[in-house]
Design a protein around this ligand. Structure first.
Ligand code: ARG
Length: 462
């Protein structure tokens, strides 16, 4: 199949003076592999339905694979005058294979096509994000396990409250990220419905088989309603929420790292891994990485708000407003990926200042609850014990009372479920490992679906 040098005219449906405004190519070109894989599945289905002859299927699939290869090696002649990725593929295909290229769009619209591309993209994006999140969780677990007996103060209102351990603090962040993985995987499960075959809005008069393309592309099922299928952006909205909440979790983690690296706290050594220096003040070692992790949450939240605002009040079925969905989604995925990479590099490099943590955890104030609870064991109503301890805090120097300011003993007493006692933390570590294993299993079955796109693009002609 010799490549044609002939330049196809732009299809007339984009001949408008507003062409530049309508263009989505700068954003949606990232969807190309999904677009081509979807077209291959579509062409094969058209062949099975008798809408294309066997030779036409061979020619079209061969041309589509050629397009994917050219894009992969950077030799695809992208044309800015063609408004989007779908048109670029179809026009180039027709240059490569001749007029049979015009049959690829049989019984299909860019409306179901873009909805399909987005779902294939989402599957891949969730896979990449969840894999990075699992790596981050593993690294947090690895840091937590040896710190089961490293006391530190726990805070409420950012005031010293009760003693906990460094392991317990790290694991608290682990569980937030663990729920983020869970949400992403659930989002991918709900998105596992193919919209291909919905056409522009009302299916087709031709005998197409949407369940066949759904199966070929690894989807659990095909759409139930064509109007819904071309307009449904729920999976993208969910993904953006998942990423916004992840970014909020990451920013809270970043905030604690920033605080702990201050001279006032002194819990973290100000190593080079935390960030850089100041161009003016020679003594500065700034926790830039954690600060920027904190800062990126604004972008992620903004992307969610942007998409929801675009979707609000849109009539069924496809409206051009929907084109705006991709910029928000691609930005949020890139932002979350960057945050995960930064945290992945930072966590193994955190150097905790254990003597500072232990000193802070030995502050007598942290033992007031223990003293009140010791009186409860003796039979005093808790409210009276609380008052009694409060009085000693006000009137006399603290400490020297019945309960010693011994952080490890105090932590060891907190052996209730989910508490900071080393025995409780052991149970917590075991549950964390079990969760990770379950998530790894879900991730690998998602991974098999993700691979289908590459397989379709590469597969030898059957
Ligand atoms: N570029 C469009 C988008 O991203 C593709 C669908 C265009 N459909 C249409 N009827 N103009 O949404």
């Amino acid at each position: 199949m010799p490549p044609s040098t002939e330049r196809m005219p732009a299809p007339t449906y984009v001949a408008t003076p507003a062409a530049a405004f309508l263009r989505s190519l700068p954003v949606d070109r990232q969807l190309l592999p999904y677009d081509v894989a979807g077209s291959i599945a579509h062409v094969e289905m058209l062949g099975s339905a008798g809408l294309l002859g066997p030779d036409e299927v061979l020619t079209l699939v061969g041309g589509l694979r050629r397009v994917a290869r050219d894009v992969a090696v950077g030799s695809f002649p992208w044309r800015d005058d063609l408004e989007d990725v779908h048109t670029n593929v179809e026009v180039r295909l027709t240059e490569l294979v001749g007029s049979v290229g015009g049959k690829v769009h049989t019984a299909r619209s860019r409306n179901d096509q873009v909805a399909l591309d987005e779902r294939l993209y989402l599957r891949d994006a969730v896979h990449g994000l969840a894999r990075r999140l699992l790596e981050l969780e593993e690294s947090i677990l690895g840091r937590a396990a040896p710190e089961r007996e490293t006391p530190m103060p726990g805070y409420t209102h950012l005031q010293r409250a009760q003693p906990v351990t460094l392991a317990h603090w790290l694991l608290a962040h682990f569980w937030r990220f663990d729920r983020d993985v869970d949400r992403l995987l659930a989002t991918a499960r709900r998105a596992d419905v193919s919209p291909l075959g919905a056409g522009a809005l009302a299916g087709s008069t031709l005998p197409i088989d949407p369940t066949a393309t759904a199966r070929r592309l690894g989807f659990e099922s095909a759409f139930e309603n064509s109007l819904d299928a071309v307009s449904d952006r729920d999976p993208l909205a969910e993904l953006l929420f998942d990423l916004a909440l992840f970014a909020v979790h990451a920013s809270a983690f970043g905030e604690e790292i920033v605080l702990f690296a201050t001279k006032e706290f002194g819990f973290l050594e100000r190593t080079a891994a935390l960030g850089s220096g100041s161009s003016l003040m020679p003594q500065k070692r700034n926790p830039d990485v954690a600060e920027l992790v904190r800062g990126k949450s604004g972008r992620a939240i903004g992307d969610l708000v942007a998409l929801l605002t675009t979707l609000k009040g849109l009539p069924l079925a496809y409206d051009r407003d929907l084109q705006e969905d991709k910029a928000a989604v691609l930005d949020a995925v890139a932002t979350a990926t960057a945050v995960l990479d930064a945290l992945g590099a930072l966590v193994p490099e955190l150097r905790f200042h254990v003597p500072r943590l232990r000193d802070a955890a030995s502050d007598a104030e942290l033992y007031a609850t223990d003293r009140a609870e010791a009186r409860v064991v003796e039979g005093l109503p808790f409210r009276s014990a609380h008052e009694e301890v409060t009085r000693t805090l006000d009137d006399a120097p603290v400490g020297g009372a019945d309960v010693a300011a011994d952080p490890l003993a105090a932590v060891g007493r907190r052996s209730t479920r989910g508490g900071p006692a080393p025995a409780s933390v052991d149970r917590q570590l075991a549950s964390a490992q079990a969760r990770l294993a379950a998530h790894r299993r879900s991730l690998s079955s998602l991974g098999r679906k993700v691979e289908l796109v590459e397989e379709l693009l590469k597969e030898e002609q059957r």
